[in-house]
Design a protein around this ligand. Structure first.
Ligand code: CA2
Length: 147
């Protein structure tokens, strides 16, 4: 196994596939997870995939990841744009972070243009829908091989 990757999904991403397909696509979070599992297997990565609507839960998962994982892929949903607590947790664990967004946040409302997660992320993938998570896994495999 070339590394353990934790994929964290924030608020409302559990609603994917039920509304706003024009913005977020028709995929559900379960189908994105299934695609990620297949991709991770091919890349020899161990994958954990989680979603929560709670900011505190995200912070707890980030803190725990310090001892259990090698890299984080994070779509923090709306907390991307607001959460200093999440930024502090990501800074504290000092693991590589790849930020993902389904939509191109820079083509949307001004308040979505700023990301606290980007302050610590190695890089950010946005605008490719669920496929962006698979792109992040490819990048993760490369980063962990270089380590
Ligand atoms: O584009 C992304 O991945 C976002 O992280 C999605 C967040 C949004 O607040 C960020 O600005 C960009 C929202 C996720 C909500 O997803 C829904 C899906 C279907 C129906 C309602 C919400």
């Amino acid at each position: 196994m070339s590394g353990k990757v934790l994929v964290l999904n924030g608020p409302n991403l559990n609603l994917l596939g039920t509304r706003e397909p024009d913005v977020y696509g028709a995929e559900t979070l379960d189908s994105i997870e299934a695609n990620c599992r297949a991709r991770a297997q091919g890349l020899d990565l161990e994958l954990e995939f989680c979603q929560t609507n709670s900011e505190g839960q995200l912070v707890d998962w980030v803190q725990q990841a310090r001892d259990t994982h090698d890299l984080l892929i994070v779509n923090a949903g709306a907390y991307t744009h607001t959460s200093v607590a999440l930024l502090d947790a990501l800074k504290a664990i000092a693991l590589p972070v790849i930020e993902v967004h389904l939509s191109n946040i820079h083509q949307r409302e001004e308040f979505r243009h700023h990301s606290y997660v980007s302050k610590v992320a190695v890089g950010m993938i946005c605008g490719f829908g669920g496929f962006g998570y698979e792109m992040a896994l490819e990048s993760a495999a490369q980063l962990l091989t270089k380590k």
